[in-house]
Design a protein around this ligand. Sequence first.
Ligand code: NAD
Ligand code: LMR
Length: 327
Amino acid sequence: MSPTPLKVAVTGAAGQIGYSLLFRLASGALGDRPIELRLLEIEPALKTLEGVVMELDDCAFPGLAGIEIGHEAEKVFEGVNLALLVGARPRGPGMERGDLLEANGAIFTAQGKALNAVAADDVRIGVTGNPANTNALIAMTNAPDIDPSRFSALTRLDHNRAISQLAAKTGASVTEIKKMTIWGNHSATQYPDLFHAEVRGQNAAEAVGDQDWLENTFIPTVAKRGAAIIDARGSSSAASAASATVDAARDWLHGSAQDDWVSMAVVSDGSYGVPEGLISSFPVTTKDGDWKIVQGLEIDDFSRGRIDASTAELAEERDAVKGLGLI
Ligand code: NAD
Ligand code: LMR
């Protein structure tokens, strides 16, 4: 008997990220278990989405067990095991991701409530739509019956960007880089940390041996990569965001590598001085659908200042959405 399909919801499915993400999911990026796609869009985008579904059909993916589309969250999210919340407006040139709070926050109150009402008991929810950390906080707060540990926001794209930049600097391959960490918010204040990362088993900050590059090139290049892509492409990252969304979901469901960790924005338990309850990026290991914050890392003054600055921004965003009545 074939296994029951994993029901995967994707919101904003007719958007740019959706156009890459759906085909990765349908072609087996989450493993051998067949999947059923549940695609949520706003009503005016359903015709476009129908076209995307025709293309998915035309790929004849063996692992794609079914597709449902709709504009009502409570119908689309019925029984879903994984919800990838992508649908939200992207920023344009000159905007910060936090500028999207008012435009996008309300989407996540409604979707949090719908997931709370109809998702499967084992649901995992990954938020890609910006501002991702605070949108995840909004969804989590509006889903009181779902364990807060089931919500995460995407900082895997930043993590992958940091690995790629470090590989280019050191001449190592991306597979020789381990223990990369993004701390804090998926925003320009994020802190990509080389003091705990390793290149070919050597401490990355020591391997680079260039504090000026670390501070003035590496950190801003990673933190402002989204804006650089918007400048170059005229629209925000899409294929790389879809790829990171897949990486994060796969590792969450199936586990991170033994000798490594990944970056995920998850609800803080106060670890590393990050205020409890904020959705902040940490180094985490994952196993059997659960995550654990890596403990015991020494945080020096430089890292402390960076982590504090990013989590202060998260606290401001939380206060802003409280003010808007979203949490
Ligand atoms: P897009 O504008 O191409 O697509 C967004 C889609 O969401 C649209 O089709 C729109 O109709 C849909 N949508 C809007 N409101 C919705 C709702 N209430 N329910 C369901 N669907 C809804 O944008 P995109 O390029 O695909 O980006 C989507 C989001 O992802 C943006 O907020 C962008 O900033 C964010 N993003 C995050 C990361 C990250 O690393 N976290 C990376 C890239 C992009
Ligand atoms: C990114 O990091 O590429 C996305 O969050 C899009 C953006 O607004 O930068």
